[in-house]
Design a protein around this ligand. Sequence first.
Ligand SMILES: [Zn+2]
Length: 637
Amino acid sequence: MTSKIFQEYNLKLSEEIIAKVKDAADIVDVIGETVNLRRRGQNYLGLCPFHNEKTPSFTVSANKGIYKCFGCGKGGNVFTFLTDKFGMSFIEAIESLAAKYHVELPKDEQGITPKDSKRSQIYDALEKTEALYNSLLKNKDGKIAYDYFKGRGFDDELIEKFRLGYSPDDWNFITKTLSSSGISIDILEEAGVVIKSDKGNYFDRFRSRAIFPIHDFMGRVIGFGGRSLTDDKNSAKYINSPQTLVYDKSKVLFGIYEAKNSIRNKQYSILTEGYADVISLHAAGFTNSIASSGTSLTQDQLRELKRFAPKLYIAYDGDSAGQEAAERAGEMALQFNFEVFIVKIAEDDDPDSIIQKYGAEKFEQLIHSAIDFFDFKITRLKSGFKSESAGEITAAVREMTKITASIPDEMKHDFYIRKISESFNLTFSQVELLYKEKEQIRKKTRADESNRNEQNQAVKKATETIIDQNESQLLSIDDIFYEEKLVLSYALLGLNEFSDLMEHFEIGTETFATDVAKLIFKVIQDNSTNDDILGTIINSEYVPNEYKDIIITISIKDEVGSENWELKFGRTEFKANMKKVITDCLMKLEKRKVDESLIQVMNLMKKEPEEIEHLKRFQQLKEQAMKLNNSLMGIPN
Ligand SMILES: [Zn+2]
């Protein structure tokens, strides 16, 4: 079966290729780049990247290659993770995984893809630009940039790690080199490396600059920062790529790809203001450094960072602009439940200059003596006092209680109220009074938000009902009997043994008792043309999401479950016991149907006591039920 996406792209990516990429890609590894996963039995568990939660309900099954959040319901496989989380197209997800896991895509497919997906073309253009700039560093032309990097203490290894480069003093270097290699000028413009003048001429954006490529968390280049190498006062010190289809500066942290493993290991990150700070810190061994490049820190960036570590050290420039920015960044980070510390940098220094002037040890000391953000903020407020009047103090306390109320973890609130009262020589209850004011406002805002959400949900529900009155309303996994779920989960494994049993027991939609189970079984049958039924269903454009959700839940649950069946058969013996389990399930389902029929016949007998056929049928069913009961003895419910 060829799905709609492939037709659109005029691609013939075979199911075989998709399966190959999926098998090569380790879902725990891929999702693990974004979510901190811990092993829990057969599965992995972490905080859901699709909704805010404090206790993990995001489950990943390595065996099945799927994930499911039992909080918000999001579920899928390694491809949907990339499409849903990072907005990639299906093709891009395949391509990026194929590249990462060294699966070679057939030539004609590779050739077709870039032509058809604009995003792929842009990625391609950026990658080639990066390679060009990087190669120039080793040339005579690039010596000026190479010397600049060396002068900052970046060795060759670091230059390679960050893929640093040089853009020559040439208005048409990229324009000429890349468009003659087959990349269209429009794509170069859309990639942000080429600018179109009012007169319609094209010229290079970056000229005579030291180039800092910006990578996304997967390591793909998405933009560039360029530092001026001339003394020209008219030339900006730094220029950056514009927003493009693949580069949204409010969402990207400079250095995240290079720093993420280290952040995870050290459990904290060091946030700086610039490219040079990040690389200097990496050079000095602080490999967990990142920067909010080209913009002040955003909520999206913090959300991203929070997935790697709960502690944040802010190391902004020591000047007043830097300290003000640090104040804003810290307040925002508290709202994401970070533990925030401020690295004290002297007035005319920044992390880069500290490393250059005093070396790594000095910075290590600064990290050790970093102050809690709360204390930093209080000190700043106090230093602004002119008279320490009651008005000034109240205003400051109000501000601090507002910050306290914004911290999601309410367990911390008492601690901070105490801290505020001690700092301003007030009693706990005086501060608490002001805190409660803020807390009420906050709670009201939250309530308003959740009301709005509920209203949206209601509207959404209503629309869905109109669109699909029969199905989306009826489909619920809770309506499926446990025996049915077990049979369905075996069916989803796509094993030959199951096909044999299916034939043997004549399993079909009629085997199932509930309508939902019947529908789900039909979907499974329709998609069982190859081994990876689960993957085929998840990737299919034709299977509605409600079905997919149920199917993913059934699949992942057979390893999570805590029901009696598992107690008896044990998880690891799930496959081995298939025949026995299915036999028992079918009997139990049969019993359910017989019981149901018995009730119906008994009702009929009440209505038409003279009808002898009812009585015959009743006796027949009763006998059947007895037999089934005997066979079912000893089988757990
Ligand atoms: Zn979720």
